[in-house]
Design a protein around this ligand. Structure first.
Ligand code: NDP
Length: 241
């Protein structure tokens, strides 16, 4: 039986790359999105992957969305927490809304999603939870106290949840991408983008396939002893100890 995988923010960018890679590897995939209907429907038409709209910041919406996916496809075996946003500003200029939106979307969402799948995974003695954090949660970044805090929080959350569920056949891991060529990068000024690429020893931005490859490994049954791990995929831009 094909295993069921749910990818949040799975209709564009890194999430779309992950959804497609999981489908190609034989998973039954559901892709969540937040509000960009046009992109989500085009993604569904192009890939045949069903799409589900809900806000990962909302605990009750996550419960309802997960229940719908499970009634359509079956119990969720693989959860990929990918949805995320940035609202950059140095702290002395950051508004409370910029702080809250990022903490809510990038960190609260991990609780909101995991809380609703973990009991089923424990009952079935199987699960793969993979969250997408960031290089900037590992090393910090000017203009991103909100984002760096949220992503560092995801790493800590992952380590704790991995320990709680290691004896239950459930692995919990985090992927830390470096700079990846998606919509999230499109607002950067060309000189800022060049400055970033100059700091990447690989000499290029990462691709969505670079990240999907790491997620595929962590989603596999064969990765059952890999848990609590932080997988860094960044072209050697930052090598965490
Ligand atoms: P994109 O901006 O390209 O896509 C973000 C996705 O998240 C979209 O599908 C969006 O849905 C969804 N989303 C955003 N907010 C919500 C919400 N409240 N509820 C449900 N879905 C939501 O992002 P990327 O592909 O660039 O990034 C994906 C992940 O990777 C993020 O967690 C990001 O922090 C992380 N990352 C990205 C890096 C990069 O360089 N791009 C580097 C390091 C980490 P919709 O289409 O409906 O708006």
């Amino acid at each position: 039986m094909a295993r069921v995988a749910l990818v949040t923010g799975g209709t564009r960018g890194i999430g779309a790359g992950i959804s497609i890679a999981l489908k190609n590897a034989g998973f039954k995939v559901a892709a969540n999105y937040g509000g960009n209907e046009e992109t989500a429907h085009a993604f569904r038409e192009a890939t045949g992957i069903p799409v589900y709209k809900w806000d990962v910041c909302n605990f009750e919406s996550c419960a309802a969305g997960i229940a719908k996916v499970e009634s359509d496809l079956g119990p969720i075996d693989v959860l990929v927490n990918n949805a995320g946003i940035t609202r950059d500003a140095t702290l002395h200029r950051m508004s409370k809304d910029q702080w809250r939106e990022v903490i809510s979307t990038d960190l609260d969402s991990i609780f909101n999603m995991c809380r609703h799948v973990i009991e089923g995974m424990r009952a079935r003695n199987y699960g793969r939870i993979i969250s997408i954090a960031s290089i900037n949660g590992q090393k910090g970044q000017v203009g991103q106290t909100n984002y760096s805090a949220a992503k560092a929080g995801v790493i800590g959350f992952t380590k704790a949840l991995a320990q709680e569920n290691a004896a239950k056949g459930i692995t919990v891991n985090v992927v830390c991408p470096g700079y990846i060529n998606t919509d999230m990068m499109k607002d950067l000024r060309p000189e800022v983008l060049k400055g970033i690429i100059d700091t990447i020893p690989a000499g290029r931005l990462g691709s969505t396939d670079d990240i999907a490859g790491g997620v595929l490994y962590l989603a596999a049954e064969q990765a059952g002893f890999t848990t609590g791990a932080t997988l860094t995929i960044n072209g050697a831009q930052y090598i965490a100890g």
